[in-house]
Design a protein around this ligand. Structure first.
Ligand code: APR
Length: 231
């Protein structure tokens, strides 16, 4: 029998219980750092060392953390459903937990790419990208991250995928950043939509959403149990 398709849109909140800071919560990364100074093409032109250091620290931390219950619950869901994850996260915790279909909207911390030819993408050995590390065309390597002001190349594929969902699940995102926050508008009318987040999320624009106001670990376990019980 053909499995029903579940599409998951995840954000920083799903990795919070692994010890990775979110961006906009109190104590989040964008309180500590100025977005414009570390996550824009202009910052890369103006202060390359600071940008490299910011992502080196994020990457270094990634080697010190583990996937959590929420990531593992989504892997379990694959036993009964065709699960596709669209993540805004640049960590690799979904993959390390064992999820088999993961699309990264905003890039991946463990990859770097050429600053003159964006099709030249490499896995970085270790956590540190240094000034002077070059691609095969001789240009400086940059983090493989979609910065503010850059196009999100994966959006058309993510929108199409969202339109094929039988069930849509949103976990741990403030839904503040477009175009990712707009993906839910591609979900077909009548599709069950769940949102798991402990915060105050404006869900007014998501018709019929069931808001599970829990942390990712608890909320995802609860929902997975419920969905698995139905098949
Ligand atoms: N479980 C689930 N959700 C949580 C938890 C938790 N334990 N802790 C916090 N959250 C929720 C917050 O309530 C908030 O809604 O995670 C969300 C985090 O929101 P943001 O920090 O805005 O992160 P995100 O939505 O992923 O940001 C989108 O912004 O700067 C960028 O490129 C970056 O991909 C990122 C994008």
């Amino acid at each position: 029998m053909l499995k029903k398709r579940i599409v998951v849109l995840s954000g920083a909140g799903i990795s919070a219980e692994s010890g990775i800071k979110t961006f906009r919560d109190s104590g989040g990364l964008w309180e500590e750092y100025d977005i414009m100074e570390v996550a824009t093409p202009e910052a890369w032109e103006r202060n390359r060392d600071l940008v490299l250091e910011f992502y080196n620290q994020r990457r270094k931390q990634l080697y010190e953390v583990e996937p959590n219950d929420a990531h593992y619950a989504l892997v379990e869901l694959e036993k009964a459903f065709d699960v596709h994850i669209i993540t805004q996260n640049v960590d690799d915790l979904h993959e390390r937990a064992g999820s088999s279909q993961v699309m990264h909207l905003h890039g991946e911390l463990k990859k770097v790419r050429s600053s003159v030819d964006e099709s030249l993408i490499y896995d970085l050995d270790g956590w540190e990208l240094k000034a002077g590390d070059k691609c095969e065309k001789g240009s400086q390597l940059r983090p493989h991250i979609v910065w503010f002001g850059e196009p999100v190349e994966m959006i058309p594929a993510a929108a199409e995928l969202s339109g094929t969902a039988d069930i849509y699940v949103i976990i741990g995102t403030s839904l503040n950043v477009y175009p990712a926050a707009g993906l839910v508008s591609y979900v077909l009318p009548g599709t069950p939509i769940y949102l798991i987040d402990p915060g105050e999320i404006n869900v007014g624009y998501i018709p019929g959403v069931r808001f599970i106001k829990e942390r990712a670990g608890t909320g995802t376990r609860q929902l997975v149990k419920e969905l698995m019980g139905e098949v």
